[in-house]
Each structure stands twice: as C-alpha cells, then as structure tokens.
Design a protein around this ligand. Structure first.
Ligand SMILES: [Zn+2]
Length: 322
C-alpha cells in the first residue's frame, strides 16, 4: 500500500464509532495471527528446499492462494504447492488458529477449554490437537551420558474413543485397575534421563517390562562409561550386563545408594502424571503422542514455545533438540 493511502487509512480511524473501532481491532488481530502463521509455515519450504511433490530443486513463487498463502510453482513437475502441501495441515480451513492452538497445548488445556479459547467446536479442537502431534516423538535424546537414571511408570490401559472391537467390557471412567501389581491392564512407560539434563527419554514398552524390551529401548542410548541408576528390578541387572555398563541399584525401601538415586526420574513421573491429569485417562493408542507432547514442553528451553511447537508439527526440524 502506498504511503499516502496508508496515511489516509490511519486518518479515517478517527471517524469510527466505538463498535466500528472494535471490529477493526478484531479484524487486525485475526490478520496478524494469520500472517504470523504464514511466516512460520513458509519456513518449511526454506528448510525443504525442494518441491514436496517431486523433490525438484527449481521452483518459484507463483502468486497467492485464495486464502492468501504463498503459492509456489515447480519447474520439474509443473505442479503448484504451498508451504503446507504434504502435511495434514493443508486441509485446515482456518490456519490462523494453529498458533493459538499450539499455545493451548503449551498450557495443556482440555479439548473443551481449548475449543472455548479458539472459538471452535470441540471436535475441531480435538482434530487440531491430533494434527500437531505425529512428528513430535522424533525428539528423543541420542544418548544418555554420565549418570543416567531409568525407571518405569504405569498407565492404565485405555480404549477411550474406541467404539467396536473392544477386547473387554468398557469400564466406567474412574474405575481403578483390578490388579495392583504389574499386569496387562497397565501400560509400561520407560523413562530415562542423564543427571543435570532436562532432555528426557520416554517410550511406551510393548509389554510388561523385561530385560529384552528394556534393553532394546536403552541399548542405543547408553555409553560404555554411563553409570545406570535404577530400582532393584532384576531386569536391569541383565540389561546392564548385556550392555556392559556400570549399574547402581537403589535397594527396595531406600531412597539412595551413596551418591546414587532415581529422584530425578521419579520427579519426571510426577510431572507426567500431573500434566496428563486434565485428560482423565489417555487412550493407550494415543499415549506415545501425548508423552511426546509432554516431553516437548517439559524441556524448559526458549525453543519450547508455541511457535517452535507449530514448526515441529509441520516437520521443520528443531535446531535445538536438547
Ligand atoms: Zn515438482
């Protein structure tokens, strides 16, 4: 817009009634949010550097779509694309809500609360949430150096949202697990972290914890000079022996063994349970995604903010994965 026209636009604001002024403010806020989302999503094309259809390197800007998004044209396949082509976000009607949705996820709002804040139906809020999560699980640490604590947390197996093919009769919500000990009614989540780091490893085990599945999960992360701290479970003895790492097990009923303890990993379990509490039980099929979501914001880094979360969700790799 020309400077002269812009000055005229600003000048015309003086003549507006209060209700008109408020409509302008709300429209400006909406446009601001849409532009910010566009700025962020455009980064995906910079990072990809190729056409999402055919991976050709030569493409050019090609006007804008009806919704105002930047369109590109590929010189290789002749197709056009936008920054979200090839992502599940392409079909989201109002993309201006995506950043606010990421902010709702930073606050771990329930679907109902998020829907209210976003001004959308709760099913839409639920859809937005699930669009955000698939790529988050990639940010696990590559290794656990120094003193590493590991332990399992248990979650009740949940078929929430499943309408057919249930392997058992549906529970009324809030029903406690029938068996207190580890059983197939519960899902085991293995967690580990290096002391002094907020980069946590969290994975859902395929069955009740045993030396095979714990060893397979921890094996790629432990260095030969790592000191592994765990509770007194026998599985860890087998794992440490097989992987050739030093093991320090905290005896049952004790909190520590000399300088060794598993208090950081236990504090992590507490944070996970607290964060997931508003959801009143997460469907087991969705548990890995919810844990990845928790993990993203638990890092307490500058990069763990809604903007970074949205970028991760569209597949722009985080530069700081620690
Ligand atoms: Zn192409």
């Amino acid at each position: 817009m020309l400077t002269k026209e812009f000055s005229r636009l600003l000048g015309s604001l003086d003549g507006l009634s209060l209700s008109q002024l408020r409509r302008v403010i709300s429209r400006v806020a909406e446009l601001d949010e849409r532009r910010e989302v566009q700025d962020l999503t455009d980064r995906r094309i910079d990072v990809l550097g190729v056409c999402p259809h055919c991976s050709h390197h030569e493409f050019a800007r090609w006007g804008r779509t009806g919704a105002g998004e930047q369109r590109y044209h590929c010189a290789g396949c002749g197709k056009t694309f936008t920054s979200l082509t090839g992502t599940p976000f392409l079909r989201v009607h109002d993309k201006s809500k995506l950043l606010e949705n990421a902010a709702c996820m930073e606050d771990f709002l329930s679907v109902r609360k998020a829907a209210k804040r976003l001004g959308v139906h709760k099913n839409t809020a639920f859809r937005y949430r699930h669009l955000m999560m698939p790529l988050l699980g990639k940010h696990q640490p590559d290794d656990l150096p120094g003193v590493a604590e590991a332990d399992e947390a248990f979650f009740r197996r949940s078929y929430k949202g499943q309408k057919s093919g249930m392997p058992r009769k549906a529970h009324k919500r809030g029903t406690p697990a029938g068996k207190r000990a580890i059983s197939h009614e519960q899902v085991a989540v293995l967690t580990a972290l290096s002391r002094g780091s907020r980069s946590t490893f969290i994975t859902v085990l395929p069955s009740v914890p045993n030396a095979a599945n714990v060893g397979a999960a921890l094996g790629p992360l432990l260095r030969t000079d790592t000191v592994l701290c765990t509770d007194s479970a026998n599985a860890y003895k087998t794992v440490a022996k097989a992987l050739g790492v030093v093991l320090r097990q905290i005896p049952r009923g004790s909190h520590k063994l000399g300088p060794y303890h598993i208090q950081n990993v236990n504090a992590l379990h507490k944070r996970i349970k607290e964060r997931l509490r508003p959801f009143c039980g997460v469907a087991t099929k969705n548990l890995p995604a919810y844990l990845a979501w928790f993990r993203f914001f638990d890092r307490k880094l500058n990069s763990a903010n809604p903007r970074r979360f949205l970028l991760d969700a569209i597949g722009v790799p985080s530069t700081n994965t620690d």
